[in-house]
Design a protein around this ligand. Structure first.
Ligand SMILES: Cc1cc2nc3c(=O)[nH]c(=O)nc-3n(C[C@H](O)[C@H](O)[C@H](O)COP(=O)(O)OP(=O)(O)OC[C@H]3O[C@@H](n4cnc5c(N)ncnc54)[C@H](O)[C@@H]3O)c2cc1C
Length: 263
């Protein structure tokens, strides 16, 4: 029996590797239309995660987690795998109230803040609707949203319920529940990170306004700014992942009803 595998990404190469290991006599050919690792596998951020997975994936994720520490030996190569752990923090009702208060204090009910080298607009459309829009790099920035995330759930802004992407030039809403877990996960992480950056900015502004004459408050504000800047590489990666996934969300958007008009 000869085996032909189409696609030289992680899946195809892993299938080839395991097939040959199970039976070294089987001829296995991998057909790749571009080059090995050309697509998603080459773009991967190489994170190994068990947390926040769909329950159906958990057993597989746990099995993979147990295998990673031995992979260097098994593959006779360096994977550079490092076990760091992960943390996902909760946005509390107080956090939400602080941001809502701050946004109501602004005439336009918007705050623009830096994220991953780009600008993000947080907009309170009404007390129950907070939108995050990642602004396009082009001028004028506000006219073309690459991606926006909306939360309009009645219970607060702790969870992401809607994602907005451009479909044929028009913004279209997709409920988070309509997305595949892997895709949803990228947006949830981005949403979480946007919230934390926004909270950091709100705190920073509060410190500056309180501490105009206080060296301590100024020093703390400087530290807060340093912390915000430090996260840029991580944020860029999250934006990259979400923008990559936005195309796939667009396909889902075509299938679900509802278009968000206005900016
Ligand atoms: C930006 C980004 C970041 C990511 N980060 C992570 C992460 O941190 N952790 C994680 O676990 N996962 C991550 N992922 C997901 C992970 O990279 C993918 O799940 C995985 O690489 C998928 O592997 P694959 O082999 O199925 O697909 P691909 O890597 O897309 O491979 C498919 C291959 O098939 C080839 N092909 C397609 N059609 C044909 C054809 N007709 N003939 C010949 N060849 C063909 C393509 O050229 C391609 O090389 C990330 C994905 C992206 C895009």
């Amino acid at each position: 029996m000869a085996v032909v595998i189409i696609g030289g990404g992680l899946m195809g190469l892993s299938a080839a590797f395991h097939l040959r290991r199970a039976d070294p006599t089987v001829p296995v050919t991998v057909l790749e239309r571009a080059r090995v690792g050309a697509a998603a596998s080459g773009a991967s951020a190489a994170g190994v995660r068990v947390m926040g997975r769909d329950p159906a994936e958990r057993a597989l994720a746990l099995e993979s987690l147990a295998r990673w520490p031995d992979l260097d030996r098994e593959l006779d190569g360096e994977t550079r795998y490092r076990r760091d752990g992960g943390l996902r923090s909760e946005i509390t009702a107080q956090d939400r109230d602080r941001v809502v208060k701050e946004l109501f204090a602004e005439q336009s009910r918007t705050l623009i803040f830096p994220f991953g080298g780009r600008a993000v607009l947080a907009q309170l459309a009404d007390p129950g609707t907070l939108r995050f829009a990642v602004l396009d790099d082009d001028y004028p920035m506000v006219t073309r949203e690459a991606l926006a995330l909306v939360d309009r759930s009645q219970s607060g802004f702790g969870t992401l319920d809607t994602i907005v992407v451009l479909v044929d030039g028009a913004p279209a809403e997709v409920p988070g529940s309509a997305l595949e877990p892997e895709m949803r996960d990228h947006f949830e992480k981005l949403y979480d990170a946007l919230w934390h950056q926004l909270l950091g900015v709100v705190d920073y502004r509060a410190r500056l306004s309180r501490g105009q004459n206080s060296a301590d408050a100024f020093a703390q504000a400087q530290q807060a700014r340093g912390r915000l800047r430090k996260k840029v590489a991580e944020q860029k990666e999250q934006l990259g992942l979400a923008v990559f996934e936005a195309d796939r969300v667009g396909t889902v958007a075509r299938a679900v009803a509802g278009v968000w008009g206005g900016g």
